[in-house]
Design a binder for this molecule. Structure first.
Ligand code: AHM
Ligand code: MG
Length: 298
């Protein structure tokens, strides 16, 4: 985690200088998801991979920007990591908060680590963390002992503990969803969203980490469900949904794909997508009961 935090400090510095140097813009190639790769996606991938290799604690890395697992040449290392080096890439060039996401699992590999070791359900994570490069830069870390927030201090180039025990607040205030996908939602999902609409305020910036962080601190729920064009939703199970679901549950919230808790899903492939709903337990319970009731009545 210290290796990731040190690398995040380097990325913070690069983001502060976006637009002044040449880290902004597209590489004019697409990744395994069919999305255009930004220069910062590639820079961050390399910075994090180098840090994890140097640190010696990680055997293999699954990464949004790499088709195949990256073996770090240290098969006996105690952990494996799935990561999204830059989340919210569409916001890089428009000065909106972006982030990085990491899920950390034990390395169950024996003498030779294989790619399969990355495909473990989210409930087996030992820790998960994300960084938001926003109005300030924060790192939120969840482990068995709870959820903590650290803020980046540019004077010392280090993260300082600023919230020792992060829990979702009692009151839910916000819901986050892309209404552009409305026409493709099922009737039961539309009913659930209409419920949210009458109770909470809408907030959506289009960077998962930024939307998630607001909802965690202020009380909210985030939804990227399936729609007719995207039957598995958009977000990726191993390096977006699982780490954030782990943090949510440690902070007293709930997560679901609509069918089952995110952390119970048995992964099939590194880059598989999943419908994702997670956040405040009250709002999540309302959504889940609405989905269930409509299904029962049909
Ligand atoms: P990415 O930038 O790592 O590819 O992440 C995907 C992003 C998420 O940050 C965000 O929640 C979502 O895609 C927004 O999608 P949309 O523009 O369809 O609302
Ligand atoms: Mg992402």
């Amino acid at each position: 985690m210290i290796d990731i935090a040190d690398a995040a400090g380097v990325i913070h510095g690069k983001i502060q200088r976006l637009g002044l140097g040449d880290d902004i813009g597209s590489l004019e190639k697409v990744n395994v998801q069919g999305e255009e790769v930004q220069k910062l996606d590639e820079v961050a991938t390399q910075v994090f991979l180098d840090a994890l290799m140097k640190g010696g604690k990680v055997a293999v890395v699954g990464c949004e920007e790499r088709d195949d697992p990256v073996f770090l040449g240290q098969d006996q290392a105690p952990y494996v990591v799935n990561m999204d080096p830059i989340d919210g890439s569409s916001n890089i060039a428009v000065a909106v908060g972006i982030g990085s996401i990491f899920g950390i699992w034990p390395n169950a590999g024996n003498l030779e680590t294989t790619a399969d070791v990355l495909l473990s359900p989210g409930k087996y994570q030992v820790a998960a963390l994300y960084i938001v490069y926003g109005s300030n830069t924060v790192l939120v870390l969840a482990s068995a002992s709870g959820v903590r927030e650290f803020s980046f201090d540019p004077d010392t180039d280090s993260f300082i503990l600023t919230k020792p025990d992060v829990q979702l607040p009692q009151k839910c205030q916000y819901y986050s969803i892309n209404y552009g996908n409305w026409e493709g939602f099922s009737t039961s999902l539309k009913d659930a969203v209409l419920d949210l609409q009458t109770t909470y305020s809408l907030r959506y910036v289009g960077s998962l980490v930024a939307d998630f962080h607001r909802n965690l601190l202020k009380g909210g729920v985030f939804l990227y469900p399936e729609d007719v064009n995207n039957p598995s939703g958009k977000l990726r199970l191993m390096y977006e949904a699982n780490p954030l679901a782990f943090i949510t549950e440690k902070a007293g919230g709930l997560s679901s794909s609509g069918n089952e808790p995110i952390l119970n899903i048995a992964p099939r492939t590194l880059h598989q997508r999943t419908p994702l709903m997670l956040g405040h337990a009250t709002a999540m319970t309302t959504i889940m009961s609405r989905l269930k009731n409509t299904e029962t009545n049909q």
